[in-house]
Ligand binder design. Structure first.
Ligand SMILES: Cc1cc2nc3c(=O)[nH]c(=O)nc-3n(C[C@H](O)[C@H](O)[C@H](O)COP(=O)(O)OP(=O)(O)OC[C@H]3O[C@@H](n4cnc5c(N)ncnc54)[C@H](O)[C@@H]3O)c2cc1C
Length: 391
């Protein structure tokens, strides 16, 4: 069987699905190929935080532009993404006040509803929190969404716009002729296109190798768990990135909280590992850590935990755009999302579709995420000196 399109997208995670949707919506013929099922990789395990705060302005811009899509999902995409506005706090120790203020100022200049608040205001807004003398960026409009629902909704919308989706089709070879891509070989036959996009998440390095490209991507493994929230813990519960304690959390419905830790993530290993279970020590560590911020959870019950894997780059930022001189013409990257690529998917898909079809991304600037930053030694760093997130 051979099938032909303008663009082949490899991987039906949230990024590949968003790109397929935007390409098809702009009138391109698209084939979306997935080795197993929709959201089988990072997207199906994602914690789903939707926020703007980043220390790198280019990334905050993506978060901000994407948020409008989550808020207006029904009209813009159709279907459901499960966006829940809870408010978001980025909490840092008081000695980092200056950088929080600088980041918030740059986010406010983009139009984001964000402000710097202190302990009294944090406790007033969210009485369940234990706060010392810390400082926070507060985004009342941010929250979380449902990553599996979001991805499935994007695939359905892509199909409505004419995209062809094939599950159970693992790409096993990328074909080239005269220095440019011509198609792929899969476990379900051959497909032809002059443009191929690697959106293979934790498997992106392996897919790059199929075209002879060595991508600077390793596998990042991250555990998360759900605790039941005792009824006496005061609501509302916000989404929190608690930099001061290297953890993050968000409510899950009315009676559970999801917890993840920034430290002790596993770097490296196979993308094929099973992710059903978190590390044996994770539950104790997460339970101990979360009560430092939500003391009422001391009586919480641990409900479940699991792991997830994403592609991680050395500066923990995505690789977006053509592979350039490092590989064949027509090969594009939408990968290396480094544990932060859920919230940005709706806008990255649009920007990548513009780049591929029109020659330039006009909705938002994705230039800083180009692959050649590694060739030229221009790794991305936040403007106000924060460290990388995952350790
Ligand atoms: C536990 C966890 C929590 C996270 N929390 C957040 C969060 O709160 N907020 C946030 O913004 N981000 C978060 N992230 C990051 C975010 O989920 C990912 O960056 C995003 O889901 C990546 O999407 P993707 O489409 O690039 O990759 P994936 O979802 O991994 O999709 C890649 C797909 O490619 C397919 N594939 C691989 N190889 C082939 C092949 N050869 N042929 C065909 N198909 C192939 C895979 O089966 C897979 O379905 C989290 C990630 C994890 C793991």
């Amino acid at each position: 069987m051979s099938d032909t399109a303008d663009v082949i997208v490899i991987g039906a995670g949230v990024q590949g699905s968003s790109l397929a949707f935007h390409l098809a919506r702009k009138g391109a013929s698209v084939i979306l190929l997935e080795r197993t099922t929709i959201a089988a990789g990072a997207s199906g395990r994602s914690s789903g935080l939707v926020r703007v705060y980043y220390d790198l302005l280019a990334e905050a811009r993506l978060g901000w532009a994407a948020q409008a899509w989550f808020r207006e999902w029904g009209e813009r995409v159709g279907g459901e993404c499960g966006f829940t506005k809870t408010g978001f706090l980025w909490i840092e120790s008081a000695d980092h006040r200056e950088r929080v203020e600088a980041n918030v100022a740059s986010h406010r200049a983009m139009g984001v509803d964000s402000q710097v608040i202190g302990p009294d205001e944090m406790r007033r807004l969210y009485p369940a929190l234990a706060v010392g003398d810390e400082v926070a960026a507060w985004e009342p409009e941010s929250g979380y969404a449902d990553p599996s629902m979001t991805t499935a909704s994007l695939v359905a919308a892509a199909k409505r716009h004419g995209a062809r989706f094939t599950s159970g089709a693992e790409v096993t070879a990328i074909r080239t002729a005269g220095g440019r891509v011509t198609g792929v070989q899969t476990t379900k036959g051959d497909f032809d296109a002059p443009v191929i996009v690697n959106a293979a998440g934790g498997w992106a390095k392996r897919v790059g190798e199929l075209a002879g490209v060595d991508l600077p991507i390793t596998v990042w493994r991250h555990d998360t768990g759900y605790l039941g929230i005792p009824t006496e813990v005061p609501r509302p519960i916000p989404v929190v990135i608690d930099v001061a304690n290297a953890q993050y959390s968000r409510p899950e419905g009315g009676d559970m909280i999801l917890v993840g830790l920034e430290d002790d993530n596993q770097m490296g290993g196979s993308a094929d590992r099973d992710t059903a279970d978190a590390a044996p020590t994770f539950r104790d560590r997460a339970a101990e850590r979360i009560v430092t911020r939500f003391p009422g959870l001391i009586d919480g019950t641990f409900r479940s935990s699991h792991s997830g894997q994403d592609g991680l780059t050395p500066d923990q930022r995505a690789l977006l755009g053509p592979v350039g001189a490092a590989g064949p013409d027509g090969l594009y990257l939408d990968c290396g999302h480094s544990g932060t690529g859920f919230k940005t998917a709706p806008i990255i898909g649009l920007a990548m579709a513009e780049l591929i079809l029109d020659g330039a991304a006009t909705s938002v600037d994705i230039g800083p995420f180009a692959f050649d930053r590694y060739r030229d030694g221009r790794l991305l760093r936040g403007e106000h000196g924060e460290e990388v997130t995952w350790r």
